[in-house]
Design a protein around this ligand. Structure first.
Ligand code: NAD
Length: 466
């Protein structure tokens, strides 16, 4: 499949879709459990029926191997769908909470309510999953959705557009294609919730636009996720798992280990094992491996190759602009002030820094914006406790990387510069709902204490509210 550019959706059409969705939401159809369930099942059927085309589109956009495309995009979406299908009923159920004696007799309940018309903007790196996983949240919660796919992954955008247009009514779910201008136009409109996945820089623009309408936002952003390997770590497993986590999608993963912070005593053996594992996975020449993805476009290729100047290359460093290929590369002697250590790398380049004691590593991490993920390889429960207590990140793993995205019950999201709000599993349902708190009072009797004249009722009040 060779698709060079997305088919831009016109502004008139966007207005039309938005008006229709507002009207459709108010009709209340999305409030029904049966409707939501049916739509989730429909989404699964659609993906199943077009799985091959989706995987081909991912191959075309990013040279993703079928295995990788399935594991990280299509299969991942099935897991989210299965979880939502089996838990939807309990998520939708109003939850009774405690009511204080002062309100005797009453029942307090939290009713999850859909925000309404949602906008979902996605990036190019997991162009299928990052469009449809949030949609599962929108459907589960009873929102309508306008999806904005990434213009930089045109093949995936095209198949996504085809599927959404063919199987969903635009008043319920629609997909808008286009670049920055289209995205900006969308952001000028009034939405009931905006779910954005992308860079921290654009996340700020999204939040500023949303502020004009006081629209709640979920911002799934990026940043530099540190990966600490201490002197007690199981080096064989650490090396294998780091290589996997860094090179899936050629490092173009928001939660990829961005750089290593390694205890100086184990740097040499770790580097050796990392090199061995790169060769085991992708051969002596990864450009020939059918499993090694490519950089999304020339702009990002050039950005990445510039980082190669920021340290000493101890492994890799081969590039080919025609193929947008950058080999897995290890860098040492990098300055913390250099671009490769200041900007999110988002490619197959791994700077390796060392530390002498753990506090140094903690101080380094805490001197920087809060990362989306943090990884620690250790066999020391003391070190684990210190890192979990004294650093912060959206999420992370101990002795692995990336896989904290797999359990649906773990909320996934950032903190500080890496974003706000969470999703996956129940968190996706919550992201598109607001908890409406309702107290229902009995009509059998009426406790008179709260009404004036207060006389000496203060004593009674103090008995209940002490
Ligand atoms: P991006 O922020 O450039 O673009 C994301 C979306 O925003 C695209 O649909 C794009 O059309 C739109 N956009 C771009 N510039 C805009 C502007 N000025 N105004 C309005 N809209 C605009 O991000 P990207 O390059 O597509 O993706 C890479 C970034 O996304 C990385 O920082 C990565 O860490 C982050 N990311 C985060 C997650 C997560 O789950 N937290 C997942 C994947 C990617």
């Amino acid at each position: 499949m060779q698709i060079q550019a997305v088919q831009e959706t016109s502004f008139v059409e966007i207005q039309n879709i938005l008006a229709k969705q507002r009207n459709f939401f108010l009709q209340g159809k999305t409030l029904e459990y049966s409707f939501r369930l049916q739509q989730l099942k429909l989404l699964k059927q659609i993906i199943k029926a077009h799985e091959t085309e989706i995987l081909q589109a991912l191959k075309s956009d990013l040279n993703k191997a079928e295995f990788e495309g399935y594991a990280t995009e299509v299969g991942f979406t099935y897991e989210e769908l299965n979880h939502a299908i089996s838990h939807l009923k309990s998520w939708m159920r109003p939850k009774t909470v405690w009511t204080p004696m002062t309100q005797f007799w009453a029942v307090s309940k939290i009713y999850p309510k859909p925000y309404g018309v949602s906008l979902i903007i996605s990036p190019w790196n997991y162009p299928f999953q990052l469009l449809f996983a949030p949609l599962i949240g929108a459907i589960s919660s009873g929102c309508t959705a306008v999806l904005k796919s990434s213009e930089l992954a045109p093949a995936t955008s095209s198949i996504a557009k085809k599927l959404v247009t063919k199987y969903f009514q635009p008043e319920y779910v629609a997909l808008v294609e286009g670049g920055v201008e289209t995205s900006q136009y969308l952001l000028q409109q009034k939405w009931d919730v905006i779910f954005f996945t992308g860079s921290t820089q654009v996340g700020k623009i999204v939040m500023q636009s949303a502020a004009n309408h006081l629209t709640p936002v979920i911002l799934e952003l990026g940043g530099k996720s540190p990966c600490i390997v201490d002197e007690t770590a199981h080096l064989d497993f650490a090396a294998k798992r780091i290589v996997w986590g860094k090179l899936v999608n050629a490092g173009q993963t928001c939660v990829a280990p961005d750089y290593l912070l390694v205890h100086e005593s184990i740097k040499q053996p770790l580097v050796q094992k990392i090199i061995e594992n790169i060769k085991k996975s992708y051969g002596d020449d990864p450009s020939q491996s059918p499993d090694y993805p490519r950089i999304i476009n020339e702009k990002h290729f050039i950005r990445l190759t510039n980082y190669l100047k920021d340290g000493n290359i101890i492994f890799g460093g081969q590039t080919d602009i025609n193929q947008k290929y950058i080999s897995p590369t290890l860098l040492e002697n990098v300055s913390p002030d250099s671009p490769v250590m200041q900007e999110e790398i988002f490619g197959p380049i791994l700077p390796i820094m060392t530390y002498k004691n753990l506090q140094e590593a903690i101080n380094f991490i805490n001197s920087r914006p809060k990362p989306l993920a943090l990884y620690l390889y250790t066999n020391s429960s003391e070190n684990e406790k210190r890192i979990l207590n004294y650093t912060d990140s959206g999420g992370g793993c101990i002795n692995d990387c990336l896989v904290h995205l797999a359990p649906q019950d773990l909320p996934f999201g950032g903190v500080g510069d890496s974003g706000m709000g969470n999703y996956h599993g129940k968190s996706s349902f919550d992201a598109f709902s607001h908890p409406r708190g309702i107290l229902k009072k009995t009509n059998l009797f009426d406790v008179p204490i709260r009404y004036a004249p207060y006389l000496n009722k203060i004593k009674l009040l103090k008995y209940f509210m002490k």
